[in-house]
Design a protein. Sequence first.
Length: 263
Amino acid sequence: MKKVAEEKSEIDSRYRAPALEKGIDVLELLATEARPMTLTAIVNRLERSHGELFRMVQVLEFRGYIEQDPSNEGYRLTDRLFSLGMQQPRTRNLIEAALPVMRQLASSVGQSCHLALHTQGEMVVVARMESSEQLGFSVRVGYRRPLVQAASGMVLYAFQPEDVRRRWESLLNPQLPETELAAFRAHADEIREREVELTPSKFVAGVTDISAPVMRGGMAAAALTVPYLKKLQPSISPKETGELVRVAAAQISEQLVEGDSRV
């Protein structure tokens, strides 16, 4: 038993890079915070000394990964990490295939739409198309929410194999109680059956989130979503919009081939 513990300790130490870990800790902390954090707050949360993190924060700011908020001298993430991820051909070409379809969808329904991917137990918006009308509701690129709190997240989860679902569940923060997790799984199965999700927004009154999967290789590569804004003048119904979203997502899916290096 002692030998096993020693071997494990040796392996762990082999993959340690203390300076790099400090930088990653800072980035991951700021990614979870809605408001900028001062250096003192970062030091306290990470339970490290001021001297350990002062130089690290300076370097991250110099390299453009974090920036100071002029209102309270706190630090926040820039979009540099997001931009680096968007340069990957797999994501870039998915967006290139989706944008023309999204433009047509936005024009057809008179609403905005966006494309979301999964990352670390959350959905994140990677592309959007504004409404063709003067009035509409949209979310910014980079917007993210836990999977369980957004229609896009539910759709992404619903169209995954069981092993991927379980892995994504382990990334949820906070973890769901068993009863809520069971309800989440059951709802995902319902979405999978009807191939589209229509649900009132959990964050904006008067908005219905309508989402369908963009499929590749039998799994959802992305979720195409219309945040449907109820308007007083006559307009296309949520049910009709749902069908158009489903068709648009299928059109994007047709351009994505399993194993294709473009996506």
